[in-house]
Write a protein that binds this ligand. Structure first.
Ligand SMILES: [Zn+2]
Length: 412
């Protein structure tokens, strides 16, 4: 069978990305919170372009944009998101959506390729209102009660109000039609510096890390900072600080090669300069793609807490707030991305886990999924200066379209 060399149009991809950057522009990045005017205009922008790719566009009742094809044959779902973090970068999200659009434009009208790429822009991946609400809605995991409860983390506007304000309330929410897609493919900027620092062009994502979150509470005794002798203090703040140091000393002996941990927030109670804190709390997060590593680290936290409590004068309680099973990316997808990289990126690819969360981890629960990364300059993301070299964006588009073509050919 003669190989089809249907290719991405790099100039068109860059023009589309710049058009999206022009909607809600902020410095060299964008400011597009979920359901903002700029976000909604971006959804409209995509809806207007989907017909060029032979796709019928729908904006559903939660703000997902989905383009569906009437072409016969296997169907691959591809996409990412169009809203941004506040005052953030232009590529986080739009890159994956525009690659998907480009793949659909190249492939869907090519009669030599059976099947089609269908395009999705998932709403609120950036979590202004919740936790992957758009893709989870499509996966059937968001209830009406979840929507009732969701509020904008910045303005406290309810999600119901926001949906009404942008004219989406009352529209049905689309859910995945079982068996329609043989899989889901997403491209994203790396948001780290593994690719750039190794001179590589494509990251073949093996897994998306799980996130485990804890509240660690320290109880001592609140007292006067001037009259209470050091020897008899029960300083919960000091106990917390020592615990943080102990984590930093103990975890490296037990963690995996890519485990990361963060104390993201510390509160002292009552939090005044002349009062010994009677209570203290830290919010602590661990990310890894191996549940066995997490289990080890969690056991360590528990044993450290028991030790501190036994030693006195303060007691410690570790409470797990959130668990996130890692999502494994499909082996066939990884092979296809690697083969496409061999052809269009001189083989400059590497298999790597994703330390950031993405919609692909949600889709992976209902269909085989894959992800590829392109380099981020300086590893910077969630900041307006986020960028990727134009030639790397174009290489990524070539690899993405080729990956879609290979997957569709194999799925036949
Ligand atoms: Zn993103």
């Amino acid at each position: 069978m003669p190989e089809s060399y249907a290719k991405a149009d790099g100039g068109r991809v860059l023009a589309d990305l710049n058009a999206l950057r022009g909607i809600g522009a902020y410095k060299t990045g964008v400011h597009k919170p979920t359901y903002s005017e700029a976000h909604m205009r971006s959804l409209e922008w995509l809806s207007m372009r989907l017909p060029d790719a032979g796709l019928a566009a729908t904006i559903d009742g939660i703000g997902n944009v989905v383009g569906t094809s009437a072409k016969a044959g296997p169907k691959l779902l591809a996409g990412s998101h169009l809203e941004s973090q506040n005052y953030a970068g232009w590529l986080d999200g739009p890159l994956g959506v525009v690659y998907a659009l480009e793949a659909a434009r190249v492939i869907n009208r090519d009669p030599s390729i059976a099947g089609a790429v269908e395009v999705a822009a998932w709403c609120d991946e950036e979590g202004h209102f919740g936790h992957f609400l758009g893709s989870r809605s499509y996966a059937g995991a968001v209830t009406e009660a979840d929507i009732d409860a969701a509020r904008d983390r910045n303005s406290d506007r309810s999600m119901r109000q926001a949906l009404q304000d942008v004219g989406l309330s009352g529209r049905p929410r689309l859910t995945a039609e079982r068996g329609r897609h043989f899989g889901y493919l997403e491209a994203h900027i790396e948001q780290g510096e593994t690719l750039e620092s190794n001179g590589l062009k494509i990251g073949v994502v093996t897994s998306i890390v799980g996130i485990w979150q804890y509240r660690i509470t320290f109880t001592g005794a609140q007292n006067h900072a001037g009259t209470t002798r050091m020897a008899i203090r029960k300083d919960a703040g000091l106990a917390l600080a020592r615990f943080c140091v102990a984590i930093d000393e103990g975890f490296p002996k037990l963690c995996g090669p890519r485990t990361v941990w963060t104390t993201g927030r510390i509160t002292l109670d009552p939090g005044a300069p002349s009062i010994i804190p009677g209570a203290a709390e830290m919010l602590f997060q661990i990310r890894d793609d191996d549940p066995a590593v997490i289990a080890r680290l969690e056991a360590k936290l528990d044993s450290m807490a028991a030790e501190v409590t036994a030693r006195r004068p303060c007691s410690v309680v570790v409470e797990r707030l959130r668990t996130g099973a890692p999502a494994m990316m499909d082996a066939t997808f990884q092979q296809a991305i690697e083969a496409a990289s061999a052809k269009f990126a001189n083989g400059k690819s590497i298999r790597m886990p994703s330390g950031a969360g993405h919609d692909a981890q949600v889709l992976a629960a209902i269909m085989p999924s894959g992800m590829l990364f392109v380099p981020s300059i300086g590893g910077i993301s969630h900041h307006w200066s986020e960028n990727t070299a134009d030639e790397d964006i174009v290489t990524g588009a070539d690899v993405f379209v080729e990956t879609c073509r290979r997957l569709l050919t194999q799925a036949r």
